[in-house]
Design a protein around this ligand. Structure first.
Ligand SMILES: [Cu+2]
Length: 670
């Protein structure tokens, strides 16, 4: 049983007297936990006798971002959630080992920290110093917000710093093999550092943590995508133990075919080309598509994030809502009321739910809803609002928010009050009687029954379940297991959940001999899946995958992957909206690109991308602020208006119903 971590942390703190300034600090580096895109874990202070914070040591973060450090063995890594800047964290985060050198032995020496490492860091708290025992590559992430990354390379203290690359000629040693927190540690401990999967993860780190590396689609024509990596010599290891010493910048450019410096030192000037987004000659959609451009910054506020409205009838950006009056912080996911009048907007790096008027963009209210609110949905039978507390154990139930804060109750997702479920993206049944959650921390899925106010099932799923999607007749639901790269399929009968099957998104790739080598014969078809909604007619589920940047279509009749489409870096959100004259579009957002991809799912196996929409403001975009950085970036939650899912579509006002076909109004017939 997993104990609720914040309680454990408090107890340990009492026992050993942790408490920020009172700690006698070993030399090392400190990462400030921030709400800033890219540098969520920002290396801000160093007393290391190695490079310490690399962007400070080398006076340049253009290729490294601000989340990379090099320390000597015996030095410490500290994470702090306190500091003078208004950019600093407003909610709980965690620091968890994602990648760490395969431990040579079980008992680390006194004064060193056992890997894998896992702690909570509440606002105002500084973590106990982490002192890695093993040399090589360490990547930490937040397991509430799983793209907050910090990388620390631990080097041999016997090597003089001035001889180390990039200042000197001695390569940085990444270590022979790494273990990956829960991804493959159980099936394949000891992943070679020069392997396909390790390189994909290192590549992901440098794309995510350096905003200059995000995919910036042009308004017209084409533009090269030129990500930059540190030009540092590293030693990585292949399967069987052979070492390769390479320039990291050249290796990543060559391996991922992006152009730039190649392994042999030549320059490939043919960078990947990004075409201007276009929806030319496509059937219009109905209504609007709202996208959380969670990383877009405005001059009028310090916290990142806007909600961007696309007119689905002509695919233009008509409004941006940043809510400077409340300093809206990292808007992550949205839903609307039955009249489609207001937008409920979670602030994932905060503790509040914002409500604003959909038509005018005007602020309505800002409600305290608990730690790291992630997703929000309504119930079809009463229009109540349910917000998942991703940093805690509950789903908060709110009244229709006519007045006040509307608080009704916090519904625990674990029966044991000492357990913390960390629910992320829940889904409601069409009749409003049931809710299912993916519980990231307890690695199961709750089926909650509203009439009896009780948990009917706690179904074990894979590692780090993050999102759910349900059939329109509530007979079955899908859970995306982020770190397992799999989808759990769970049937519901008489209100009880039963596991049916598991869909492996690394099929063919995830067998020994494939992803532990360079250049495997089978590339991953998916991996690190996030949102997975089922179409309103119940024909297919569509999954956004971040590892391979792919959109996968699952046939709900066979529960097999039947189509694969290219996505962008950080492929994340998917929701279905109505297509004019019948059928649906699936709208897909990506965190590290400035466009929305539009998929026509057709019959599933012949799904196709029909175009994409640039999410940046134009001269005619209504807005409550001025975009100052990362325009159109950070695509996460997607909300098509009107709601077209079974149960919600029948509740629409007549003016919206008039725009839908009979089949769209009754999407599911048994
Ligand atoms: Cu976090």
């Amino acid at each position: 049983m997993k104990v609720k971590r914040r309680i454990l942390l408090a107890l340990l703190g009492l026992l050993v007297g942790w408490g920020g300034a009172s700690i006698a600090q070993a030399a090392g580096v400190t990462f400030q936990i921030t709400d800033n895109p890219g540098s969520w874990f920002e290396c801000t202070a160093s007393t290391s006798t190695s490079f310490g914070c690399v962007h400070q040591a080398l006076h340049d973060d253009s290729t490294t971002g601000r989340s990379l450090a090099v320390i000597k063995r015996g030095e410490s890594i500290t994470f702090t959630s306190t500091g003078p800047s208004t950019a600093n964290a407003h909610t709980i985060h965690t620091v968890v080992s994602l990648i760490y050198p395969t431990p040579a032995h079980k008992n680390v020496p006194k004064g060193f920290t056992q890997m894998p490492f896992d702690t909570d860091v509440e606002v105002g708290v500084t973590s106990a110093p982490i002192v890695p025992d093993e040399l090589g590559l360490h990547v930490f992430f937040c397991d509430i917000h799983p793209y907050m990354f910090a990388t620390v390379i631990v080097v041999d203290p016997a090597i003089p710093t001035e001889t180390l690359s990039p200042v000197g000629l001695v390569p940085l040693e990444l270590g022979a093999t790494v273990d990956l927190h829960k991804i493959v540690a159980e099936t394949l401990p000891g992943l070679p550092t020069a392997s396909d999967l390790a390189l994909r993860l290192v590549h992901t780190f440098f794309i995510i943590t350096n905003p200059a590396n995000w995919q910036q689609y042009p308004v017209t024509g084409t533009a090269p995508w030129k990500p930059a990596y540190p030009g540092v010599m590293v030693t990585a290891h292949v399967k069987g133990g052979g070492a390769k010493t390479v320039n990291l910048n050249g290796l990543l450019h060559t391996y991922f075919g992006e152009g730039g410096l190649q392994l042999d030192g030549s320059i490939n000037t043919t960078y990947k080309q990004l075409p201007a987004p276009s929806m030319a000659n496509q059937t219009p959609g109905v209504g609007q598509v709202w996208v959380d451009t969670q990383f877009e910054m405005m001059h009028e506020k310090s916290k990142p994030g806007t909600a961007t409205a696309v007119d689905a009838t002509n695919f233009t950006v008509v409004r941006k809502v940043g809510l400077p009056s409340i300093n809206m912080n990292n808007p992550h996911n949205m839903w609307t009321d039955k009249d489609q009048k207001v937008i409920y907007q979670t602030q994932w790096f905060d503790t509040k739910l914002a409500v604003f008027n959909r038509a005018s963009g005007n602020f309505v209210r800002n409600i305290e809803v608990g730690a790291a609110p992630a997703h929000v949905m309504t119930r079809t039978n009463n229009d109540q609002v349910h917000v998942s507390q991703n940093g805690d154990n509950n789903v908060r139930e709110l009244d229709s928010l006519a007045a006040g804060n509307g608080f009704l109750q916090d519904i625990p997702m674990q029966t044991n009050p000492d357990e913390s479920a960390h629910p992320h993206a829940h889904w409601m049944s069409a009749d409003g009687s049931m809710m299912v959650t993916p519980n990231a921390d307890t690695e199961n899925s709750t089926l909650y029954d509203f009439p009896s106010q009780s948990i009917k099932s706690l179904t074990p799923v894979g590692h780090f379940p993050i999102a759910t999607g349900m059939m329109p007749d509530s007979s079955k639901y899908y859970v995306a297991n982020f770190l397992d790269s799999s989808i759990s399929v769970i049937t519901i009968s008489k209100g009880i959940a039963t596991p049916k099957t598991t869909i492996n998104l690394l099929e063919g790739y995830a067998v020994p001999g494939q992803y532990d080598v360079l250049f495997p014969t089978v590339a991953p078809i998916g991996g690190l899946p996030i949102q997975t909604p089922v179409s309103p007619d119940g024909k297919y589920a569509i999954v956004a995958n971040t590892l391979a940047a792919k959109i996968l279509v699952i046939d709900t009749g066979t529960d097999k992957v039947v189509a694969s489409l290219l996505c962008d870096a950080g492929c994340h959100g998917v929701q279905f909206g109505a297509k004019k004259g019948g059928g649906y579009y699936a709208y897909v957002s990506s965190k590290f690109s400035n466009r929305l991809i539009v998929v026509d799912p057709r019959n599933g196996s012949d799904a196709t991308i029909v175009g994409s929409v640039l999410l940046t403001a134009t001269g005619t975009t209504a807005t409550d602020g001025t975009v100052s950085a990362y325009p159109g970036m950070g695509g996460q939650g997607v909300l098509p208006i009107p709601l077209v899912y079974n149960g919600w579509v029948q509740n629409l006002p007549t003016n919206w119903k008039a725009q839908l076909t009979d089949k769209q109004l009754n999407p599911f017939h048994q």
